[in-house]
Ligand binder design. Structure first.
Ligand code: PEP
Ligand code: MN
Length: 299
């Protein structure tokens, strides 16, 4: 029986010929195409850590967290100026003002910045301020938006739709690639799988990481913050993601000062700069061990 519209991984050469390994044998087995954002390289030896607030809420809050994540060893800054919120009555982000704050924080710390663009009419505006454009989970299949970011001059962080199959996710990435923009980093951020929502926000799909690496040459990172929704789970989810082959992490961080204002969004999943430091330390130590083992093996 053939089901109309059915897709599986065997269909990838048809769905995403530009991006899948089978149709691009020049990328050897396990070889990843590096995506460069300023001095930061996704898909290289060292996993990349992006960190920052969920949303840009004020200049003070953003600068404080930017300095803190820089101090913890992060490679890039995150923060939403345009926020996709479940309720239209909730804080929607500071918009253009938020982009200007991000630029300032980036200039001061030297960290390149990634921020979400939700609206096809705002791609140019966001690209003027950001080093990398984020397409969020809710917009993974917003095809006009994918085409527009594909035409932009910025690298793109493409989050996985919360109910998207791997074929659908790679098909979405192909829309960006088809416009000539191959600077794409994929991001697993948790999927809706029964019973997610009860004890974690989504279900972190660790097994998709080796699958992504097997099927495409694009780098893939993990968002342990939205995947779990629980600050206490972020560190172990981060370590697990790295062990599964993730090329990096994107993590939400909030100030741990006692008198700090509680974040307006996603406060329950924000970790402290100190926990971020531990995660980065784990990555660095692991890298050193790997390098030593290679050294010993080749001696
Ligand atoms: C975000 O990273 O700010 C975000 C809203 O994530 P997602 O699109 O994965 O929900
Ligand atoms: Mn968030």
């Amino acid at each position: 029986m053939i089901i109309a519209g059915r897709v599986d991984l065997d269909d990838l050469p048809r769905i995403c010929p530009l991006l899948c390994r089978k149709t691009n044998p020049r990328y050897g087995e396990g070889q990843t195409r590096a995506v460069q954002v300023g001095r930061v390289r996704f898909g290289g030896e060292r996993p990349v850590v992006i960190a920052g607030p969920c949303a840009v809420e004020s200049r003070e809050q953003t600068l404080e967290i930017a300095r803190a994540v820089k101090g913890s060893g992060a490679d890039m800054l995150r923060g939403g100026a345009y926020k996709p919120r479940t309720s239209p009555h909730d804080f929607q982000g500071l918009g253009l003002e938020g982009l200007k704050i991000l630029r300032e924080a980036s200039q001061e710390t030297g960290l390149p910045v990634v921020t979400e663009v939700m609206d096809v009419r705002l791609v140019e505006q966001v690209a003027d301020y950001a080093d990398m454009l984020q397409v969020g989970s809710r917009n993974m299949q917003n095809y006009p938006l994918l085409v527009e970011v594909g035409r932009s001059r910025r690298p793109v962080l493409l989050k996985r739709g919360m109910a998207a199959s791997l074929s659908e996710w790679l098909g979405a990435a192909e829309y960006i690639a088809k416009e000539g923009n191959l600077e794409i980093v994929l991001c697993e951020r948790g999927i809706k799988a029964y019973p997610s929502g009860e004890y974690s926000r989504y279900s972190l799909d660790l097994s998709v990481i080796p699958a992504v690496r097997a099927e495409t040459y694009l780098p893939v990172i993990v968002d342990p913050s939205h995947a779990t929704g629980v600050a206490a789970m972020v560190e172990s989810a981060s370590r697990a993601a790295i062990e599964f082959g993730s090329h990096g992490l994107i993590i939400e961080v909030a100030s741990d000062r006692l008198d700090a204002v509680k974040p307006k969004c996603d406060a329950a999943q924000a970790i402290s700069p100190r926990t971020l430091r531990r995660i980065i330390h784990f990555i660095e130590t692991r890298q050193e061990h790997l390098a030593e083992n290679v050294h010993v093996a080749s001696a």
